[in-house]
Design a protein around this ligand. Structure first.
Ligand code: NOJ
Ligand code: MG
Length: 584
C-alpha cells in the first residue's frame, strides 16, 4: 500500500540506529493568559489544531486558502473545542516546498494576505481564547532568500558563510567533478548542489531550492532569533520548529553509512549518521527557549523531530527542562497499525520519561497519509477513526489534531503524475505520490466545492468523500466522527481526571485491548480500546492499583452504548469499541 512506502520514505527511510517586556506590542499582551499567576502552563491542557493554510478556507475566490479564511472559521474551532492553532508557513515563498522554502521570514505571502490580516487573526483568536502558533523553519531557507542570493554571489561575500559551501572532490579543469561526500537529500538525490557562479557545492538536506543555513555562524543565529522576536511581538503564542534535528552536519564531512536496498527515488538507502541529531542541536534549542521566554504568556515550543527512541525524544526537553516543552512523539505517530502491545509500550515509555516532560501526541499531519486510511482496515474505518480519537484525546499528553481529522478526511492522492504538486510525488511516482493526498481542501459542506472556495478550481481537487464526510452533514449525526471528537474534547476539558489526571496502564498482558486509568484525587476514569475486529469481554481488577470501586459509569462509548453502569469485572467491548468511564 502506498502509505507504507511513503511512511517508509518520509519517516522511516532510515531506521536511525541508533522587559522590554513592557514595550511588547499590544498583540503580545493580548496573548497573555487571563490568570494572574506568574506561570500558566496552558499548553499542558491545550488541544492543538494544525492548519494547512492553503487548504483550510479560501476568502477571495482564488482557490487557495488564506488568513482571512482562517479568521472566518474561528467560531468553528472554538465550538469544536480547540485551544491553539499551529499554522504551517504563510511567509513569502517561491512555493517549491509549499511554504517550507522561505524567502522572507518577517512578512506574509500575498497569496495568504497581509500582516494586517495576521494581526486581525490573532486579535479575533484571542477573543475566543485561541492561541496562534507559527511555524519556524530553521534548518534552511529558499534559494530565493536574499541571504542566499548574497551568499552565492561570491566567495568573499559577507554572507558566504551563512550557508554550507564546500569544494567538490577531485575537481580540476579536466577531471570529472564530484560532490564533497555521499550525503543524500531526504527528498532524493545528492544533498550537494554544484553552483557554477562560485564553483563550489552547497548543502541542502531537503530540496535543491532549500539550502541549509550554517548554524555554526553566530550571525545566522542572531538573524534567526530576530525572527522569533518579530512574531512574538506580533502576538504568536509559540512555535512549531521544523526539521530541528537536521540543523548541524559533521564538519569533517564523513561519509554516511549505506544500508541495504534502495528507496522510492532510486537512491541507495543511507543512515543519516553525520547529518542528523548532532548534539549541537540542543545548544540552539536552549537559545531559542531563552529568546521566547523573554515574553509573557508562557510561550510554547514544539519540535518536529522524528526521534528514533524515547531517550532521544527525552533529550528534546533539555537536561534542565530548558529546551522544548512539547516534542512531538513520532514514534507513536508512526505505529501505523492497531497494535495494542506497541501502543502500550510506547505510551508507557514516554509517560515515564526521565525528564518528566509532557508528551505530545498526534496521528496525522501534512507530511503523512491521513490516519483514516492508515489505521482503517477497509471495512470499519469510521469506527476505527473514533477509536483513534479516543486514543488521542483520552490520554494525558497534549493532543495535536490535523484539520479534517475530526471529519474522517481520507488521503486522496492525485490520479495522474501530471496532477502532482509536491515535487517528491513527481520524483517518486508511482511508489511515492507525494503529499498532496493529505493536503486536500477542508470539507465544510456537501456542495461541489465543499464551501472551501468559490473558485471552480481549488488548488487541489475536492475528494469524492467530501459529499458525505463534511462538517454540515456530520453535525447532524450524533454518532459521526465529528461529534465523537466534539464530545471527547468537551469531556477532556470538564472531567478533572481527564484534564489533569495521571495515566497508568492496566491489563498489560492483553494482546488486543489497550486500557489505562486516568486519576486525579479520588476520581478515576478508565479508558479501554478494543483494537481487534472481534467482540471482547474484559475483566478489570483494580485493587492492586489502589482503586476502590466495582462498577463503571460510561462517560463516552463508541459505538454508542447505554449509560447504565457496567460491572468492572465484565466489560463488553464491540469490535474496535472504545469506552471512557468513571470508576464508581
Ligand atoms: C518538515 C515539514 O513538515 C515538511 O512539510 C517539509 O517538507 C520539510 N520539513 C522541509 O522543510
Ligand atoms: Mg485565497
Amino acid at each position: 500500500m502506498h502509505w507504507t512506502s511513503r511512511t517508509a520514505l518520509y519517516r522511516l527511510r532510515v531506521p536511525i540506529l541508533a522587559l522590554a517586556l513592557a514595550l511588547a506590542s499590544r498583540a503580545t499582551q493580548a496573548q497573555a493568559p487571563s490568570t494572574s499567576s506568574a506561570h500558566d502552563e496552558w499548553w499542558r491542557h491545550a488541544v492543538i489544531y494544525e492548519i494547512y493554510p492553503r487548504s483550510f478556507q479560501d476568502s477571495d475566490g482564488d482557490g487557495i486558502g488564506d488568513i482571512k479564511g482562517i479568521t472566518s472559521r474561528l467560531d468553528y474551532l472554538k465550538d469544536l473545542g480547540i485551544d491553539a492553532i499551529w499554522i504551517t508557513p504563510m511567509y513569502p515563498s517561491p512555493g517549491v516546498d509549499y511554504g517550507y522554502d522561505i524567502s522572507d521570514y518577517t512578512a506574509i505571502d500575498p497569496v495568504y494576505g497581509t500582516l494586517a490580516d495576521f494581526d486581525m487573526l490573532v486579535a479575533e483568536a484571542k477573543k475566543r481564547q485561541i492561541r496562534v502558533l507559527m511555524d519556524y523553519v530553521i534548518n534552511h531557507t529558499s534559494d530565493q532568500n536574499p541571504w542566499f542570493l548574497e551568499s552565492r554571489s561570491s566567495r568573499t561575500n559577507p554572507k558566504r558563510d551563512w550557508y554550507i559551501w564546500r569544494d567538490g572532490k577531485g575537481e580540476t579543469e579536466t577531471d570529472k567533478r564530484q560532490p564533497p561526500n555521499n550525503w543524500q537529500s531526504w527528498f532524493g538525490g545528492p544533498a550537494w548542489e554544484w553552483d557554477p557562479i562560485t564553483r563550489q557545492y552547497y548543502y541542502h538536506y531537503f530540496y535543491v531550492q532549500q539550502p541549509d543555513l550554517n548554524w555554526r555562524n553566530p550571525e545566522v543565529r542572531d538573524a534567526m532569533y530576530g525572527v522569533l522576536d518579530f512574531w512574538m511581538k506580533r502576538g504568536a503564542a509559540g512555535f512549531r520548529i521544523d526539521a530541528v534535528s537536521r540543523l548541524f552536519e559533521d564538519p569533517n564531512l564523513h561519509d554516511d553509512p549505506f544500508l541495504p536496498g534502495r528507496n522510492a527515488y532510486g537512491d541507495r538507502n543511507i543512515q543519516h549518521k553525520y547529518t542528523d541529531d548532532l548534539p549541537e542541536v540542543h545548544d540552539v534549542l536552549k537559545e531559542v527557549r531563552r529568546v521566547v521566554d523573554k515574553y509573557p504568556g508562557d510561550p510554547v515550543l514544539i519540535t518536529e523531530a522524528d526521534e528514533p527512541n524515547v531517550q532521544a525524544l527525552t533529550k528534546m526537553y533539555g537536561d534542565k527542562n530548558d529546551e522544548v516543552q512539547l516534542p512531538m512523539d513520532f514514534q507513536i505517530a508512526d505505529v501505523n497499525q492497531l497494535s495494542a502491545p506497541r501502543f502500550r509500550q510506547l505510551f508507557n515509555e514516554i509517560e515515564s520519561n526521565s525528564a518528566n516532560g509532557q508528551p505530545e501526541y498526534f496521528f496525522s499531519n501534512h507530511d503523512q497519509p491521513r490516519q483514516w486510511d492508515r489505521y482503517g482496515d477497509g471495512e470499519h474505518n469510521d469506527q476505527i477513526a473514533k477509536l483513534m480519537a479516543v486514543l488521542l484525546l483520552a490520554t494525558r499528553g497534549t493532543p495535536q489534531m490535523y484539520y479534517g481529522e475530526e471529519l474522517g478526511m481520507r488521503t486522496t492522492d492525485p490520479a495522474r503524475i501530471e496532477d502532482v504538486h509536491d515535487p517528491i510525488g513527481k520524483r517518486g511516482w508511482p511508489k511515492d505520490k507525494g503529499r498532496d493526498g493529505e493536503r486536500t481542501p477542508m470539507q465544510w459542506d456537501g456542495s461541489a466545492l465543499t464551501g472551501f472556495t468559490t473558485s471552480a478550481k481549488p488548488w487541489l481537487p475536492v475528494p469524492p468523500s467530501a459529499a458525505t464526510y463534511n462538517v454540515e452533514s456530520e453535525r447532524k449525526d450524533p454518532n459521526s466522527i465529528f461529534n465523537t471528537y466534539k464530545r471527547l474534547l468537551a469531556l477532556r476539558k470538564t472531567d478533572p481526571a481527564l484534564r489533569d489526571g495521571s495515566q497508568q496502564s492496566i491489563n498489560n498482558d492483553d494482546p488486543e485491548v489497550v486500557a489505562f486509568l486516568r486519576r486525579e484525587g479520588d476520581r478515576t476514569v478508565l479508558v479501554a480500546l478494543n483494537m481487534s475486529g472481534h467482540a471482547r469481554t474484559v475483566p478489570f481488577h483494580l485493587q492492586a492499583n489502589g482503586v476502590k470501586g466495582t462498577r463503571l459509569t460510561p462517560l463516552l462509548s463508541t459505538p454508542a452504548a447505554g449509560s447504565s453502569s457496567i460491572p468492572l469485572d465484565h466489560v463488553e467491548l464491540a469490535p474496535f469499541a472504545a469506552l471512557v468511564a468513571a470508576v464508581e
